[in-house]
Design a protein around this ligand. Structure first.
Ligand SMILES: *Cc1c(COP(=O)(O)O)cnc(C)c1O
Length: 463
């Protein structure tokens, strides 16, 4: 070791000395002696490595307490934090899908902070299971005979298949072997549930006779999967729910539909693209329908199986149910969400998902016009800041071809460099409430469809 390196090492403060400082003691009270000493040791190690490599002290050596405080603040920050979703995708899986109604937030708060009647009946009657109250609400809303609630729709499909068709064959159309983002693939779920997938028809056309020809003594289930994230157009044919239900009756085989997004209201009444509803299939005689809780339903992450009592009872008793069941917070949020559906008039104002989906382009444009002046004043030296029409997406298993007209504030760098945009994005990503936009055509787009608090956004963007 050279003399100069040794001299640099000697300048590093001793941990004992640092621990005696008042500011450091405050951090010890907040985060514990163990954490603080560990951080100081780590900082010392980093400083030594820096000296070895560059023959000088790191910049933060000037103020060890500030560096330690920075590390402490990072520790306090949550890894899951609120952001502004200005991506233009309303149900964004990476941003947590549906945002909950206020009543759902309050319901979760209550069940988190107190013991609750999750599996306890106050009138002395034995309660079969934790889904009971919610199942009744679902039955009332969809006409199902019974319901089962689990962790998510993937779990719902797995449990449904394992109960109804384990060790047997399930017939599905080739055109419906869906992959949903995040590794949900129908063939894989079949395999995990111990079922043998029997593909029938072709990619673009499947007929009733294809199902009929595949039925044999090993068949346990006729199934349809809603092609929620793609569409096959042109020369196509699929077997409708009513036909499949009829076929099931004829051969005494159960029928099921994995619906995914599963809106429970007629979306076209709100000027939105049509989405199949579970109640339609149930009334057509399909035995079991599965839907997600956090897509168009606008509730918490959950999977719901709706259908015939006989099958739901078997599903509730399957050992996998215990592993896949929903927790009390999910059930509370889902119950509060469903109660809004009992008063449909309230849905548009109280359910954020529906409020954002139905927000008109004019309203969004007016919002953009209020924001553009301060944004131009702040960013105008480096960027062309403009209001431009764009198209929002519903997201999370709704047809990607269905777009909603919207408006965005766009930022195009004068220097035309991608790096300038990348820096801007990075800066917004690291603000107190990160702002998430979309890069397209050499510009940064902030689609204002899902923005509720303009003031809060300006505070972040103008700081
Ligand atoms: C979204 C979706 C799933 C997966 O549901 P999760 O709630 O994300 O587990 C399964 N099937 C279909 C058709 C879907 O749209």
């Amino acid at each position: 070791m050279s003399d100069s390196t040794a001299a640099l090492y000697r300048q590093l403060p001793a941990i004992d000395k640092l621990l005696q400082l008042d500011e450091v003691q405050t951090l010890v009270i907040e985060s514990g002696h163990h954490w603080v000493t560990e951080q100081l040791r780590d900082m010392q190690q980093q400083a030594r490595e820096f000296i070895q490599q560059y023959e000088q002290l790191p910049a933060w050596h000037a103020d060890w307490v500030t560096e330690l405080t920075k590390r402490h603040n990072r520790l306090q920050e949550s890894a899951i934090k609120p952001v502004f979703n200005l991506t233009g995708t309303v149900l964004h899986t990476n941003l947590g899908r549906a945002v909950m109604a206020q009543s759902a937030v309050e319901a979760v708060n209550k069940v988190m902070s107190s013991p609750v009647t999750l599996e306890y009946s106050l009138d002395g009657a034995t309660r079969g299971h934790r889904d009971r109250a919610l199942a009744d609400l679902f039955c009332q809303l969809t006409g199902a005979e019974d319901a089962c609630i689990v962790n998510n729709n993937a779990a719902a499909v797995l449990l449904l298949l394992a109960t109804v068709a384990q060790g047997k064959q399930v017939i599905v159309s080739r055109g419906e072997l869906v992959e949903i983002g995040g590794a949900f693939r129908v063939p894989d779920v079949m395999a995990q549930a111990g079922c043998q997938l029997v593909e029938v028809g072709t990619t673009n056309r499947t007929h009733l006779r294809d199902y009929v020809n595949a039925i044999n003594e090993h068949t346990a289930l006729l199934m349809k999967v809603h092609t929620s994230n793609y569409s096959i157009e042109g020369f196509t044919a699929e077997v409708e729910g009513a036909e499949l239900a009829e076929l099931g009756k004829q051969y005494q085989l159960p029928t099921a539909i994995d619906l995914g997004s599963g809106s429970m209201i007629d979306m076209t009444a709100y000027g939105l693209p049509a989405e199949p509803m579970p109640q339609t299939y149930l009334s057509q005689g399909i035995d079991l329908v599965s839907i997600s809780g956090d897509k168009l339903l606008g509730g918490p992450q959950a999977g719901i199986i709706l259908g015939k009592k006989k099958w739901i009872e078997a599903i509730q008793k399957h050992p996998l149910k215990r592993a896949l069941r929903a927790d009390k917070m999910t059930l509370a949020a889902l119950e509060a969400t469903l109660k809004l559906y009992c008063t449909p008039e309230k849905l548009v104002t109280e359910l954020p998902t529906l409020r954002w989906l139905t927000r008109s382009a004019d309203e969004i444009k007016a919002r953009a016009q209020r924001l553009i002046v301060p944004l131009q004043a702040f960013y105008g030296d480096k960027f062309v800041v403009e209001i431009e029409p764009c198209l929002s997406q519903i997201g999370s298993g709704s047809l990607p071809v269905d777009r909603l007209p919207s408006y965005a504030v766009t930022f195009a760098p004068f220097d035309g460099r991608g790096n300038t945009l990348a820096l801007l994005m990075a800066r917004w990503r690291h603000s107190t409430q990160p702002v998430i936009g979309r890069l397209k055509e050499g510009k940064l787009w902030l689609d204002l469809r899902c923005l509720d608090d303009e003031h809060a956004l300006l505070q972040v963007l103008l700081s």
